[in-house]
Design a protein around this ligand. Structure first.
Ligand SMILES: Cc1cn([C@H]2C[C@H](O)[C@@H](COP(=O)(O)OP(=O)(O)O[C@H]3O[C@H](C)C(=O)[C@H](O)[C@H]3O)O2)c(=O)[nH]c1=O
Length: 189
């Protein structure tokens, strides 16, 4: 398994080892020891799967209470995945990491607590599977506007399919201070 650092400390790509043979392939998609050895707590308590059609954009979402770290992968199709650092006090506040995740590249991205997360679907359909380090808490789930000019994400498309919630999401500058996660210093991933 290979860990690839990104321009934001604590956000890393994980490329698992793929064992291909005449039947197909096998790969390990999670080991707690990967994170223990890196000193990053990674007790995941919830697995999610969503299926979306081409042009769907889900995000940018986060939970300000019970923040969720996520280990994300695409098991069918291809997406552009984006994690935005919205941790108050972070040296990379407002910065984002983008990556194409697909069933072809089997790349995973580890997104620590305190990031707004979203993706847009590039293939006809995409199955998006991810682990969360805390339970879904609809009372503290918030959305930041996908096309916030101060975040400046180039999604590669201008008119995505959005939920009503995402259509009416706030700009990051309009999120009240007490609804932003707090930076707790770098992990040593
Ligand atoms: C997230 C979630 C949703 N739900 C229910 C609530 C709604 O009735 C339905 C669809 O929820 P939503 O439209 O919020 O789903 P997404 O737009 O895919 O939300 C996710 O999008 C981005 C990419 C994320 O990283 C988050 O995990 C999450 O916010 O599933 C649950 O029952 N449990 C859950 O954990």
């Amino acid at each position: 398994m290979k860990v690839i650092r990104t321009e934001i400390e604590d956000v890393v790509f994980i490329e698992p080892k793929i064992f291909g043979d005449i039947r197909g392939f096998f790969t390990e998609t999670y080991r707690k020891s990967w994170f223990d050895e890196a000193g990053v707590p990674s007790v995941f308590v919830q697995d999610n799967l969503s299926r979306s059609k081409k042009g769907t954009l889900r995000g940018l979402h986060y939970q300000f209470r019970n923040p969720q770290a996520k280990l994300v992968m695409v098991t069918r199709g291809e997406v552009l995945d984006v994690a935005v650092d919205i941790r108050k006090g972070s040296p990379t506040f407002g910065k984002h990491v983008k990556s194409v995740l697909s069933d072809a590249n089997k790349r995973m991205i580890f997104i620590p607590e305190g990031f707004a997360h979203g993706f847009v679907v590039l293939s006809d359909e995409a199955d998006f599977q991810y682990k969360c380090s805390d339970y879904y808490d609809p009372t503290s789930e918030r959305a930041v506007y996908w096309n916030d000019p101060e975040i400046g994400i180039d999604w590669g498309m201008g008119d995505p399919i959005l939920s009503d919630k995402d259509k009416s999401a706030r700009l990051l500058k309009n999120v009240p201070d007490d609804e932003l996660p707090v930076y707790t210093g770098p992990h040593n991933l």
